[in-house]
Design a binder for this molecule. Structure first.
Ligand SMILES: NC(=O)c1ccc[n+]([C@@H]2O[C@H](COP(=O)([O-])OP(=O)(O)OC[C@H]3O[C@@H](n4cnc5c(N)ncnc54)[C@H](OP(=O)(O)O)[C@@H]3O)[C@@H](O)[C@H]2O)c1
Length: 269
């Protein structure tokens, strides 16, 4: 199978890129602003570039982990969020469809409002913020217009990567620097290991799955409990983690509180 990953320089795209390369698969990966060896640069808002990549490479599967996943930035810059989270994936979806490729789009649990989580694939989205609204809009378009689309919804993705995009790394940096970490006690979710996510996404593609699939980890816990676990697992005192409420953070974008997803696939499958 021939793969094209748009956004192979990111957290999820990077794991997918490494895994496919390790497995000696035929894969082309793109970066935008963070160059990665052997990847090609691509701005996925530029349809001429995307069309050329797909027409020249003839991928069987086009993966789109590329996005603007910074929820607060989306709230502050909704036009940019629209371009990156709706317009670009929509157009890539059309080009993939017209060239006979399967499309895999990464969406989010933030399509739900967090009043009655955890949510199933059959639950109706009701996003609270620009990011979730835009992801839901992209999902809707792709479901209607790209018959062979697989939409994957993860939540709170983490990895082992020493990279500021990874929140586990950010928390550990703060703790190592001797700072107390404040974490919301009222945000509950189902964290997702990026390696596990990639394994399951590949299995779903190999099975020929399409439609919407929730893919999250087995635990459902608060941001505070998760941060406490990360601190303890790395030998830091629990006193360095301070419980706070989401409201006290005064964030630009609203967060789903009683959130998380139900996934029907067993871990690692
Ligand atoms: N992170 C989470 O907790 C979380 C939770 C639920 C769902 N998701 C979704 O999962 C997916 C992957 O998230 P992630 O954490 O892996 O994101 P990430 O690490 O921020 O990666 C984003 C990727 O998008 C690329 N990109 C940005 N602007 C681009 C442009 N104009 N043209 C082409 N590529 C562009 C980036 O390239 P450069 O870095 O090279 O600029 C990077 O490869 C996203 O769809 C996100 O919405 C994430």
């Amino acid at each position: 199978m021939r793969h094209l990953i748009i956004g192979a320089s990111g957290q999820v795209g990077g794991y997918l890129w490494n895994k496919l390369n390790r497995d000696h698969e035929d894969v082309v990966g793109t970066y935008y602003s963070h160059p990665v060896k052997n990847q090609v640069q691509c701005d996925f808002t530029d349809m001429a570039e995307v069309t050329k990549l797909i027409q020249d490479g003839k991928p069987d599967v086009v993966w789109i982990p590329a996005a603007l996943p910074d929820v607060d930035r989306c709230e502050r810059e909704p036009e940019l969020s629209y371009v990156l989270n709706v317009k670009a994936p929509r157009q890539v979806g059309e080009v993939a469809r017209d060239n006979g490729a399967k499309l895999v789009f990464f969406s989010t649990d933030y399509v739900f409002d967090g009043t009655s989580g955890p949510y199933r694939e059959t639950d109706v989205p009701n996003p609270l913020q620009v990011y979730g609204k835009h992801k839901a809009e992209a999902e809707e378009f792709l479901i209607q217009n790209a018959p062979d689309v697989l939409i994957i919804r993860p939540a709170w993705i983490y990895s082992e990567e020493p990279n500021p995009r990874n929140f586990v790394f950010r928390i550990l940096q703060q703790l190592k620097d001797g700072h107390t970490v404040r974490a919301a006690i009222d945000q509950i979710n189902t964290p997702t290991d990026s390696r596990d996510l990639v394994e399951r996404a590949l299995a779903a593609v190999n099975r020929g799955d399409h439609g919407i699939r929730h893919m999250v980890g087995p635990d459902r816990l608060s941001r505070y409990d998760l941060t406490l676990k990360i601190a303890k697992d790395h030998g830091f005192s629990s006193s360095m983690v301070e419980p706070i409420t989401t409201a006290s953070l005064n964030l630009p974008a609203r967060r789903p509180l009683n959130g998380g997803l139900v996934t029907i696939y067993a871990r690692g499958v």
